[in-house]
Design a protein around this ligand. Structure first.
Ligand SMILES: Cc1cc2nc3c(=O)[nH]c(=O)nc-3n(C[C@H](O)[C@H](O)[C@H](O)COP(=O)(O)O)c2cc1C
Length: 239
């Protein structure tokens, strides 16, 4: 990993759960959604679209869920959500996936932390997209680390998908820009995951407020692979 990226990453790392922004104390300027508008300029009225495609219905149903029920999700549901991120055509050069990647460097790796998944022991797994399998890193109850993995305002998740970046894959082509490009790619992937969760009636919350070193330790990441995004999943309460 380039020194500049390493130093910058060290500066932006969340060092402990107490470092996260506390939304509860947020001033009104944080809560208000600001938008630009140009009332003095002419505007073009966009054509009205009355029909809603399946995708549009799913887009509208997406919202962040932070408190989950005690009901587990099952392995099939987890599998469907993971498969929103898959290789579609491995023969195409470069291989085609369900999400884009700058320069097709595909630096993002996927992991699953399981707390309450029917058919999957508690533990940490690597999602091997080529073989469509979960590789067992360790089968261990990680519930006591959950607030560090998900951020403290996520309650009772069934699983967390962790996205990491093997930054050197992208550095060889993009140099320092590799870091923001990894976050952009993780954003594309995150959207696939939250839309797939919405389609399958599973609650999801994308979170950047995890403790970096906790994930590095639990996933045994070597230098050059950094956690960039997590998406926690579970059954929504009261359904
Ligand atoms: C990059 C990113 C990081 C986020 N990090 C957190 C987080 O650390 N904790 C959290 O509770 N929600 C997090 N969220 C979820 C947002 O708070 C949520 O999307 C926002 O409040 C709008 O609500 P909605 O998703 O239900 O529309 C994150 C969302 C994004 C896009």
């Amino acid at each position: 990993m380039l020194d500049e990226i390493k130093n910058f990453y060290e500066r932006i790392k969340l060092k402990g759960v107490e470092d996260d922004v506390d939304d509860g104390e947020a001033p009104i300027t944080f809560i208000h959604v600001f938008k630009k508008a140009y009332p003095r300029l002419p505007s073009i009225i966009l054509p009205r679209i009355d029909s809603k495609s399946e995708l549009e219905k799913i887009l509208e149903s997406r919202e962040s869920t932070r408190e989950f029920s005690n009901e587990p999700i099952n392995l099939e549901e987890l599998s469907k959500i993971l498969k929103s991120c898959r290789i579609v055509d491995e023969k195409r050069e470069p291989e085609k996936r369900t999400y884009p990647s700058a320069g097709a460097r595909f630096p993002i790796e996927f992991y699953v932390i399981s707390y309450n998944v029917d058919g999957l022991n508690k533990g940490a797994y690597h999602y091997n997209m080529d073989r469509s399998v979960l590789e067992v890193l360790w089968q261990k109850d990680l519930d006591y680390r959950q607030p560090e993995i998900t951020g403290t305002n996520i309650k009772n998740p069934a699983a967390t998908i962790v996205l990491t970046s093997v930054i050197s894959r992208s550095e060889v082509k993009y140099w320092y820009k590799a870091l923001p490009l990894s976050y952009l790619e993780a954003g594309h992937i995150g959207q696939n995951i939250v839309l797939s969760a919405a389609e399958n009636n599973i609650g999801a919350c994308p979170v950047s407020g995890f403790v970096d070193d906790t994930l590095i330790e639990i996933l045994d990441l070597t230098e050059g692979e950094i956690p960039v995004y997590t998406i926690s999943l579970g059954k929504r309460k009261g359904l």
